[in-house]
Design a protein around this ligand. Structure first.
Ligand SMILES: C[S@@+](CC[C@H](N)C(=O)[O-])C[C@H]1O[C@@H](n2cnc3c(N)ncnc32)[C@H](O)[C@@H]1O
Length: 400
């Protein structure tokens, strides 16, 4: 199967091999615009327009015994149709002929190299998560969308406290109506821009206004059910023990306010984060807290371990609630190389979990409080046990 990316000159601008792939195809699949631009095809050649229903087009491709050619815009391997085609038919069955992607064209119009740029997509994720990811790089291309147009990106960056960026709004790259506007972030936020754009963000020289990397956020930044929250300092230790990977699946079981799940999603926007909670009221609360922090968390209402059935297997699990049956179920589902972190107030439960997982610390937090005479006292909180693993066994005391 050939996959041909078309640029502004359509098939005329494509290489000889790409044109040959179109000529020999028995089935040509592509957007209506691309199919129309091909003009009349040889007798017997079928065409299938690519509409919203990609599955139907993939079925047609599968049923076709002859050569197939799929047409796309720009580089089809860059946020394009190569991914679903490779997933369904295997990478080895594809012969890809790319044209320059919208991002390559945008940087080309600016006369800039982009091997040191990050690419962030705002498609199918909260805009705030995309804005946060974009804010952490000095040179970024953001793929915006009709739901998250350039002006919304500008607003989200300003809300995050980012000010020191120049933005190039590169609209309809590779089309006849292509246009590039360069503005500051205030201008980006205030404008009305074409949503079919790539926004290039470039850090201005000087001290960065990138948001600081913070975790163990104050309890007050999450709405919670009367103190039912893993306290900030314990949460900070638990997040460290989780050793989050950039991608994968995280479960927060007994999620309460969702604070741990939300912090995981903030720290690693590439993770898929699921929060499991049995209290009915908490489901809405977790979603509202996630919205407030601009991250995506999938909430599963129900009691673990039953509620865990059917979820994608996790790479990391935080267990904030539930007994040993929950811990067993979590370990059964954990992917190879995965890690579980659990917190307990009760010593006996913590010891049981430490025997299963292999590592434990006790976190004792004492908060400074101002006394009437101006001095400080330490107000001790109940100790919490943070248990993690699986590891072979607990560290041993040296024998004397
Ligand atoms: C200490 S709170 C967790 C706090 C949470 N980590 C946070 O920061 O907001 C324990 C939570 O676990 C929930 N829970 C306890 N057992 C559960 C179970 N078997 N399945 C699902 N949720 C459970 C409780 O309803 C409660 O909200």
């Amino acid at each position: 199967m050939a996959v041909v990316g078309l640029g502004v000159e359509g098939l005329c601008g494509a290489g000889a091999e790409a044109r040959h792939a179109v000529d020999r195809a028995a089935l040509v699949v592509g957007g209506r615009r691309h199919l129309t631009a091909l003009g009349a095809l040889a007798a017997g050649v079928r065409t299938v327009p690519l509409t919203g229903d990609l599955g139907a087009a993939l079925d047609e491709i599968q049923a076709e015994p002859g050569p197939v050619c799929v047409l796309a815009s720009g580089d089809p391997g860059f946020f394009g149709i190569v991914r679903p085609l490779a997933e369904r038919f295997g990478a080895a069955s594809l012969e890809v002929h790319p044209a320059p992607s919208s991002v390559a064209l945008a940087f080309a119009r600016l006369g800039m190299a982009w091997d040191d740029a990050a690419v962030v997509s705002a498609h199918g994720r909260p805009l705030m998560a995309a804005a946060r990811a974009a804010a952490s790089h000095p040179k970024v291309a953001v793929l915006v969308s009709p739901e998250s147009p350039p002006e919304a990106l500008g607003g989200a960056l300003l809300e995050l406290g980012v000010t020191d960026r120049r933005a190039a709004v590169c609209a309809r790259m590779g089309d006849a109506g292509e246009r590039v506007d360069i503005v500051d972030l205030a201008g980006l936020a205030a404008g009305r821009w074409d949503p079919l754009s790539v926004v290039i963000l470039l850090a201005e020289p000087g001290p960065p206004s990138t948001p600081a990397l913070a975790w163990g956020l104050p309890d007050g930044s999450f709405d919670h059910r009367g103190g039912m929250i893993t306290g900030a300092e314990v949460r900070a230790v638990a997040l460290g023990k989780l050793a989050l990977p950039p991608r994968g699946v995280v479960w927060d079981v007994g999620a309460g306010s969702g604070s741990v799940a939300i912090e995981c999603a903030r720290l690693c926007p590439g993770l898929r984060v699921l929060a499991v909670e049995e209290e009915g009221d908490d489901a809405g609360r977790i979603s509202r807290n996630a919205d407030r922090h601009g991250v995506a968390v999938e909430v599963i209402g129900g009691r673990a371990p039953a509620a865990l059935a059917g979820l994608p297997d996790p790479d990391r699990v935080f267990v904030g609630g539930g007994g040993h049956a929950v811990l067993s179920a979590v370990l059964d589902h954990l992917r190879p190389g995965g890690r579980v972190v659990a917190t307990y107030a009760a010593v006996d439960r913590a010891v049981g979990a430490a025997d299963r997982l292999g590592a434990m610390v006790q976190v004792g937090v004492s908060r400074a409080r101002r006394l009437p005479d101006g001095g400080l006292r330490l107000a001790a909180e109940n100790p919490v046990f943070v248990v993690w693993g699986p590891r072979e066994e607990l560290d041993r005391e040296p024998t004397t």
